[in-house]
Design a protein around this ligand. Structure first.
Ligand code: PEP
Length: 251
């Protein structure tokens, strides 16, 4: 049975004080979270320690990071290592978010190293895959998501697949207010699941303009095991509504 996860990606938003205030508001609302839905928030690095400290009293909300380097330490100016994340009791790390692929040159090979490093430190990687609008319009969606999935997990053993999460995030749907059609996303996610042996038990999240109004329609899809949420995770009310909507309904 796959677990359902809703993870909030706070991106480059929130000062430490603002981040702690949001974590506090979410902790207070966490009694409304359905028991079957795991919840995580991924604040910016600067707020990880303070948010982690606040969430120590709220085990319903796990701490995630938005990125990390694959090396434990060394001359990598500006980078954060898995050792540092593990030290802060970070449970999840997003790997290969499309904004990092687009703006920071994060390639499949780096994603594979990050996935490996996360697993080695007991951190669950959330590997993000998804096609751009141009790739969608030229019929390349399935080629792209299959390639990114196989490459990202190329150094993972079959047993380790029990500790990974995937996120299907069509790039054209991220931050645009234009989410994918749930049936369409489900079909792409089915193809992702079939792209590599052993993915049948791996949770796959949908990401791309998830809101309180559309979460239930995605949650009703057999391949959707939750959501990776950007903009709508920055507000405690909307994120709580999304978590409530992500409960597994009769499929
Ligand atoms: C994201 O950043 O992963 C994302 C899905 O953003 P949004 O929900 O704002 O589209």
């Amino acid at each position: 049975m796959r677990r359902t996860l809703v993870a909030g990606n706070w991106k480059m938003h929130k000062t430490v004080r603002e981040a702690v205030a949001l974590a506090h508001a979410l902790a207070q609302r966490s009694t409304e979270f359905p028991a079957a839905v795991d919840v995580a928030v991924c604040p910016p690095f600067t707020a990880l320690e303070a948010v982690g400290h606040r969430l120590r009293e709220c085990p319903r909300i796990a701490l995630g990071a938005q990125n990390m380097h694959w090396e434990n330490h060394g001359p990598f100016t500006g980078e954060i290592s898995p050792v540092m994340l593990a030290d802060l009791e970070v449970r999840y790390v997003i790997v290969g978010h499309s904004e990092r692929r687009m703006y920071c040159g994060e390639m499949d090979e780096a994603c594979a190293k990050k996935v490996r490093a996360a697993l080695a430190h007991g951190i669950v990687p959330i590997l993000a895959v998804g096609e751009t609008l141009a790739e969608k319009e030229t019929g390349l969606t399935l080629d792209v998501v299959r390639r990114q999935t196989r490459a990202g997990f190329s150094a993972v053993t079959a047993a380790e697949l029990a500790h990974v999460v995937l996120a299907y995030e069509p790039v054209w749907a991220i931050g645009t207010g234009r989410s994918d059609d749930p049936t369409n996303a489900n079909a792409t996610m089915q193809a992702i699941r079939e792209s590599l042996a052993g993915l049948s038990d791996v949770p796959i999240l949908y990401g791309g303009s998830v809101k309180p109004e559309n979460m239930e329609a995605f949650a009703a899809m057999p391949n959707v095991d939750g959501a990776l949420v950007g903009g709508a995770s920055l507000d405690a009310d909307s994120f709580t509504e999304i978590v409530r909507g992500a409960r597994v309904v009769a499929r």
